[in-house]
Design a binder for this molecule. Sequence first.
Ligand SMILES: Nc1nc2c(ncn2[C@@H]2O[C@H](COP(=O)(O)OP(=O)(O)OP(=O)(O)O)[C@@H](O)[C@H]2O)c(=O)[nH]1
Ligand SMILES: [Mg+2]
Length: 452
Amino acid sequence: MALEALSKALTGALNRITKSSVVDKETIKEVAKDIQRALLLADVNVQLVLEVTKNIEKRAIEEELPRGISRKEHIVRIVYEEITKFLGETSEKIMLQEPGTPTILLMVGIQGSGKTTTTGKLARHFQKKGFKVGVVCTDTWRPGAYHQLEQYVEPSNIEVFGDPDEKDAIKLAKDGVGHFKEKKYDIIIVDTAGRHKEEKDLIDEMREIADAVHPHDTILVIDGTIGQQAKLQAEAFKNATELGSIIITKLDGSAKGGGALSAVAATGAPVKFIGEGERIENLEPFSPERFVAKLLGFGDLKTLLAKVKEATDEHEFSKKDAQKMMSGKFTLQDMYQQLEMLSKMGPLKQVFQMIPGMGANVPKELVESSEDNLKKYKIIMNSMSKKELKDPKMIHFSRIKRIARGSGTKTDEVKALLTQYDMMKKMMKQMNKRKMGKMPMGNMFKNLNLNE
Ligand SMILES: Nc1nc2c(ncn2[C@@H]2O[C@H](COP(=O)(O)OP(=O)(O)OP(=O)(O)O)[C@@H](O)[C@H]2O)c(=O)[nH]1
Ligand SMILES: [Mg+2]
């Protein structure tokens, strides 16, 4: 596992909460201190550490506890969110060309960073996805470079192009790419020599080979054990290439890996994979969310996040609301709240259609008018008395006129609101008759994917 030491320290910090009988300000401050220490030990930039722990502390003290969530769960969630934030939040993939056009990937990086190993790992990764992948060795510098790559990928039956006797790296690169293009391979990965110790030399050579093979993506391999020093490489690289990916290696067992990851993320350069060991399978697509979840103990966190989501969903549409709505005993205010909530979930028409047994029964006027009218409803309802809001049946014509005048609307608009209320009430009663009322509304919504 990557960053084992950091993971242990972070889970240790969070366990402090389990052990304490009361979670008060003091405990939170202590937990924040523990986290601070853990991040500093992982070589995360001091400024960043202070910022993250300040946020955690502030949120843990000030934020309201969501319903059904314990104080500890709440704090774990905050830690998760704040650490994810400083690792870049989004996850990005290496872009492949359309089928039929081979994708050329160029691996660069300073000496010993893990280019050759990662070339093999990446080839294996894509091979497992069903692509035909070839690797090209252009390293004329390190003795035995070709054999190193060949031995590494041989068990996976990945073809290597190279020639230990050829001394021209540019020629090897061109020939290798040509060879695999001819064979109609999907992905061609070009490994390069790491003879440079400094960022500038590296960039110069990268340009030279890039000019020869026109890669679709240039991938910088950074050794994660250098900690926050990784920033310099990431920055130089980012300035030199418009597009480009980063892979950070050796995050297994490295105490400073957290520093490398966060420093690179801070430059805005996209980390697409991480290396977590010497074996060809030890490559993980990098997703900050999944990574931090693992760091904090994945199983627990997944359940927790689902629970938080459920609690918030329920908060918006409680069982009580649903029962009230279904029993037909709902007031104008209830209607307004329900419509407002439903409209937040997407176009009302679609929302209604997704409720089992409801779709075809929803009057067209109801769906179409609700969306535009929500704002107006609010204004009209502000001119009604509490009694009227509770029991709109008591609103007679003279009263309608007064409400319209008071709210600066037309009598027809007030009437439309009342008609809609009647329709909705009737509809709810009908649903209730069909025993739908037994099904809590909250549960119904849980199965809907409203983003589809
Ligand atoms: N533990 C661990 N070791 C790794 C990882 N990636 C690479 N290594 C090791 O790091 C060393 C250097 O890796 P290479 O792939 O040869 O590095 P390189 O960048 O090709 O080196 P040059 O071609 O000499 O510049 C090897 O011993 C690898 O086994 C990783 O993710 N974890
Ligand atoms: Mg190498």
